[in-house]
Write a protein that binds this ligand. Structure first.
Ligand code: SF4
Length: 277
């Protein structure tokens, strides 16, 4: 058997697999689209985790082939080949066992979270206020999985906990990634409830000023109220982020130019924030 690559040679091979894609000679567990990684085969090559394209048109021209092989070829059960020559051993993870389970209220676990090698992932809110609008992010497929019936709109905390435990115990999941579509933020201030047109995630940074202003206008204090402990006050966070507009806004609403805020501005190199403080 030819020697298997390691070090820079293995790195070069992995980069080529990701660039050219890999033609797969059998069925593998993989993602084709929707929220999360698209057109992504997920395998280990010589023990190194890697994702690679395998359904895009250009992959038909790739010189690389992923081929099932017998135990005599190696322990992983698969090999990466180029022009008939075996380059490396590969391991294709089996279908996770927790995919066969359902919640007590009848939801298949695989509709709640998916396993990417040993990393569990879930889109907690599968809709986005930008979806179908002119300013929808062009790369995003968040609602495609929903339209295809491969997931549910909202994952409850108890469902996520149940699935996470099963994924860890049955399939060796070691971490969890949670994402969400942009959603409206319902806030309460001075007893008034308003809907703020600001997504909680995704692009909230771009709307940060408007969001802070809306909170302050609704009566939210610029400093944490007495007796409320927070890890970092709003002005410290804005100083860390170099968000000089918000720093000025908070100062104008009574926030204190604290030594901690100044220290963060210095640490992160935000001279304009330091000057504003
Ligand atoms: S804000 Fe997030 S979920 Fe919404 S369209 Fe953009 S990337 Fe997709």
């Amino acid at each position: 058997m030819a020697p298997t690559p390691s070090g820079p040679a293995l790195g070069e091979l992995l980069a080529e697999l990701q660039s050219y894609g890999v033609r797969v000679e059998d069925t593998i567990q993989a993602r084709r689209g929707g929220a999360g990684p698209s057109d992504a085969g997920m395998i280990r090559v010589e023990g190194v985790p890697i994702t690679f394209p395998f359904t895009a048109d250009y992959v038909a021209e790739s010189p690389y082939v992923l081929r099932p092989e017998g135990p005599e070829e190696g322990p992983g059960g698969w090999g990466v080949y180029r022009e008939g020559r075996r380059l490396a051993g590969a391991e294709v993870p089996p279908r996770p066992r927790f995919y066969d389970m359902t919640t007590a209220d009848g939801i298949p676990y695989w509709k709640i979270a998916l396993l990417h090698l040993d990393s569990l992932a879930s889109t907690v809110i599968q809709t986005c206020l930008y979806w179908g609008k002119d300013d929808q992010c062009r790369f995003c497929g968040i609602e495609l999985s929903l339209e295809a019936g491969r997931t549910i709109p909202v994952k409850k905390p108890e469902h996520l906990a149940e699935v996470s435990v099963a994924a860890k115990e049955l399939d060796g999941a070691v971490d969890v990634t949670l994402t969400s579509g942009g959603t409206r933020f319902r806030m309460r201030a001075l007893g008034e409830e308003r809907i703020v047109e600001t997504p909680l995630v995704g692009r909230h940074q771009a709307h940060n000023f408007a969001f802070t202003l809306a909170l302050l206008d609704a009566g939210a204090p610029a400093e944490p109220p007495d007796g409320v402990r927070v890890r970092r006050s709003p002005i410290v966070l804005a100083s860390m982020a170099g968000d000089v507009e918000n720093v000025r806004l908070l100062l104008s609403h009574g926030a204190k130019a604290s030594a901690e805020a100044a220290a963060e501005a210095v640490t992160f190199g935000h001279a304009d924030v330091l000057a504003a403080l």
